[in-house]
Design a protein around this ligand. Structure first.
Ligand code: UD1
Length: 369
C-alpha cells in the first residue's frame, strides 16, 4: 500500500506526525507532500523537527495568497504529482485550504481520500475552514472522526456510515508524547500566573474595529492577570496596519510546539480563537475562553474546560474572575482522546488494504530520517 500524506499549515503538522510514525513502523510505503501554505521557520520548520516529521519528499512551495489563489495553486501543483505517483490513498488533515484543495484533486482522478478530523462543524459558513470541512468530507472515502457529534454531522449530510470511523483525536497523540518534554522547559522568567492568548481568525483580526475592541478587552484583563501573547503573522500584520497600541501587552513571535505546550500547561487561563487549542486545553484541564460565538468542537464545551465568550467584555471579565476565584469550570477528557488514535487509524487502513501483496514496498519517508 502506498500512502501519500498532504500537509500545509501549522495545525496539520501535529496531526500528521503520529500517523506517519505508526505507518512507518508497520512498513507501509509513505510519501509526504508539504504544500508550503505555511513556510516560515516558526510556522513550519520547527514543528517538523520537534514532532520528528521526516523532511517532505515534495514541497509545492505555494506560500501565501488569497483563498482562490492558494487553493488553486495547491490543486495545479499537486495533480501531476499524484498522477505520476499513483498512491493507493491520499490522507488529508483538518480544515485548512491545503486540505480541501488536495481532497478535490484526488477525488476527481479517482484516488481514494482519507480525511483525518472529519465531521467537525461550526455551522458558520462565513468561516473559510467550514467550507473546507464541508467540501473535504463530501469527497472523502474514509472519514476519521474524533467524537460522536462529528459522526452525527456526517450522517445528517448523507455520508454513508460505512465510510465513518470514530478513532478519537489524533492531535492528543502528539500532546501525550511531547508533554513530558514540555514540562521540562524552563519558565523563562514568565509570571507564575498568566493568561495565554492566541488570535488569528479573520473574523477577529481582519477588521480594525473588532481587533481594537478585542485588544481593549485584553488590556483590561492584563491589569488583573498578565497576558502572554504569541502573535500569528496575520494578526501581527493587522496590528501594524491598524496602528493599534499593544505596548502594555507581552507580545512575542509564534513559538514552537513544545514551547507552546509548556506555556499552555502552566497557564492560569487561555484566551483563543483557535480550534486545536480548545482541544488541547480540554485535555490539559486548563480553563479556555474562546473568543468566538460558535465552535466546531462542542465536546470541549460539553465535557471540557472551554467556554464561548465571543467579544463580550463583561463575559470575558466574569470568566477570568471565576478562574482567579478558583471557580473555573472543571472538565473531563472526552473518550478516545488517549494518545492511541494513530494506531486505530492504521488498523482501519490495513483492514481496507486490498492491494496485491507482490507490490514492491519501499519506505520513501524512512530514507529522510
Ligand atoms: C491558516 C488556516 C487556519 C489555521 C491557521 C493556523 C486556512 C483557510 N486557514 O490560517 O485554519 O487555523 O492557518 O495558523 O487554511 N504567514 C507567514 N508565514 C507563514 C504563513 C503565513 O508570515 O508561514 C502570513 C502571511 O502573511 C499570510 C498570513 O500569514 O498572508 C495568513 O496565512 P494563511 O495561510 O493564508 O492563513 P492563516 O491565517 O495562517
Amino acid at each position: 500500500m502506498r500512502i501519500l500524506h498532504v500537509v500545509g499549515a501549522r495545525p496539520n503538522f501535529m496531526k500528521a506526525a503520529p500517523l506517519l510514525r505508526v505507518l512507518r513502523a508497520r512498513g507501509i510505503e509513505q510519501i509526504l507532500v508539504h504544500t508550503g501554505q505555511h513556510y516560515s521557520a516558526n510556522m513550519s520548520d520547527v514543528f517538523f523537527s520537534e514532532l520528528g516529521i521526516p523532511v517532505p519528499d515534495i514541497n509545492l512551495g505555494v506560500g501565501s495568497g488569497g483563498h482562490a489563489v492558494q487553493t488553486a495553486e495547491v490543486m495545479i501543483r499537486l495533480e501531476p504529482i499524484v498522477l505520476d505517483l499513483r498512491p493507493d490513498l491520499v490522507v488529508v488533515y483538518g480544515d485548512v485550504n491545503s486540505t480541501a484543495a488536495a481532497a478535490l484533486v484526488c477525488s476527481k482522478i479517482n484516488i481514494s481520500v482519507a480525511h483525518v478530523e472529519a465531521g467537525l462543524r461550526s455551522f458558520d459558513r462565513t468561516m473559510p475552514e467550514e467550507i473546507n470541512r464541508l467540501v473535504t468530507d463530501q469527497v472523502s472515502d474514509l472519514l476519521f472522526t474524533p467524537s460522536p457529534e462529528a459522526d452525527e454531522n456526517l450522517v445528517r449530510e448523507g455520508v454513508s456510515t460505512e465510510k465513518i470511523h470514530r478513532v478519537g483525536n489524533i492531535m492528543i497523540d502528539s500532546l501525550v508524547e511531547l508533554l513530558p518534554l514540555a514540562k521540562q522547559r524552563p519558565k523563562n522568567g514568565f509570571p507564575e500566573q498568566y493568561a495565554l492568548v492566541t488570535l488569528h481568525r479573520p473574523s477577529n483580526v481582519d477588521n480594525n474595529h473588532v481587533l481594537r475592541s478585542i485588544v481593549d478587552i485584553l488590556l483590561e484583563i492584563n491589569n488583573r492577570l498578565p497576558i502572554l501573547f504569541p502573535v500569528h503573522p496575520r494578526t501581527r500584520q493587522k496590528i501594524v496596519d491598524f496602528a493599534i497600541d499593544t505596548s502594555a501587552l507581552c507580545l512575542m513571535d509564534p513559538v514552537s510546539y513544545i514551547d507552546f505546550l509548556a506555556l499552555q500547561s502552566r497557564a492560569t487561563a487561555v484566551i483563543t480563537d483557535s480550534g486545536g487549542i480548545q482541544e488541547e486545553t480540554t485535555f490539559l484541564r486548563v480553563p479556555c475562553l474562546t473568543m468566538r460565538d460558535n465552535t466546531e468542537r462542542p465536546v470541549t464545551v460539553s465535557l471540557g474546560t472551554n467556554v464561548l465568550v465571543g467579544h463580550n467584555r463583561a463575559r470575558v471579565c466574569q470568566e477570568i474572575d471565576k478562574v482567579l476565584d478558583g471557580r473555573a469550570k472543571v472538565g473531563s477528557v472526552p473518550p478516545l482522546w488517549d494518545g492511541h488514535t494513530a494506531e486505530r487509524i492504521a488498523d482501519v487502513l490495513e483492514s481496507k488494504n486490498r492491494i496485491p501483496v507482490d507490490r514492491v514496498l519501499v519506505d520513501v519517508a524512512a530514507k529522510h530520517i
